[in-house]
Design a protein around this ligand. Structure first.
Ligand code: 13P
Length: 303
């Protein structure tokens, strides 16, 4: 079976990408796997710490159990998304304990997010997780730069943020970070923002983000590893597609499919209807937005 690391490398070399769909609710796992199979595509099912703390995915083991019920190794892999060293509420997190638990459960790749730390501290925290992940034979993703949106309170006006490049991943820092941390994939800030997760704002429609493609090109050159786009919901489609050609080999999508689930559940009161909504939206994203349907054989080879 092709590892997640090999999969993302293959996508990167081909100029395509593997989407990563977050599951804040356990019943989302089944329609994501089904939509990926229906589109003959490849995707990650992912869970971030905040999704079992602030939403309803319960725990690492609950997600693994649900994943095992529906998994299809020809099409999907399980990824542990954002384990922050310092979380969105500025609390320190016992990252290593969570990563060790995920590895023991069989998660196929992990992410450590030290982006709220100073560069040297981010490198040190990431390095420790990379060592654990590599000892277990799996890939480790890290983040450098400020992908805003998870924090409480209003964001600065988007156009201001984009024009100033405030919080964007710096090229020279990225070069040093990748060399010294040993991470396999790097999440970068290039105009992308996360959908809100606070109670007050989580139902809001995300504003359309753009990507600084020239900056992405410079980051690719400096890092020479697969780059990851977080905040993949509602980014300008042309920018995402151009970004994939310039080194984005994994794109994370949360808000769009979460809101599809929540809206349908609220309207119908039926989990099955909400699952249908997730299936429809995931299929649409794979086919119409990312344009990566039918890529399974190219990415997985003979499985
Ligand atoms: P969105 O919720 O903005 O799609 O971001 C998801 C994400 O980046 C998860 O890591």
């Amino acid at each position: 079976m092709k590892s997640s690391a090999e999969l993302v490398r293959t996508a990167w070399n081909l100029g395509v990408m593997v989407p990563s769909f977050n599951v804040p609710y356990l019943p989302m796992v089944e329609p994501i796997v089904r939509a990926t199979r229906d589109q003959d595509a490849v995707a990650f099912v992912a869970v971030a710490r905040l999704e079992w703390v602030k939403f309803e995915s319960r725990s690492l083991s609950a997600v693994m159990e649900e994943y095992e019920r529906w998994q299809d190794p020809k099409h999907v892999r399980l990824h542990l998304d954002h384990v922050p060293v310092m979380d969105e509420d500025h609390q320190r997190v016992d990252v290593l304990a969570i990563i060790k638990e995920a590895i023991a459960l069989g998660y196929q790749s992990v992410m450590v997010d030290g982006s709220r730390l100073a560069l040297v501290d981010n490198i040190r925290a990431t390095r420790a997780v990379v060592e654990l992940a590599h000892a277990a034979g799996i890939a480790c993703e890290a983040e450098l730069g400020a992908v805003l949106g998870h924090e409480d309170g209003p964001l600065p006006p988007y156009e201001e943020l984009f024009k100033s490049g405030k919080g964007f991943t710096r090229v020279e820092e990225a070069r040093q970070f990748v060399r010294e941390s040993g991470c396999d994939w790097l999440s970068v800030a290039i105009g992308n923002i996360h959908g809100a997760v606070s109670q007050a704002a989580r139902d809001n429609k995300k504003i359309e983000a753009r990507l600084d493609l020239d900056h992405l090109g410079r980051l690719r050159e400096a890092t020479d590893i697969p780059l990851v786009l977080h905040g993949g919901s509602g980014v300008c489609r042309e920018d995402v597609r151009a970004g994939i050609k310039r080194g984005l080999a994994k794109v994370n999508v949360g808000t769009e499919i979460r809101q599809a689930y929540e809206v349908a559940l609220k309207a119908s009161g039926a989990v099955a209807v909400a699952q249908q909504a997730v299936h429809a939206r995931t299929a649409e994203l794979i086919r119409d937005y990312f344009g990566i349907q039918g890529l399974r054989a190219a990415l997985m080879g003979k499985t």
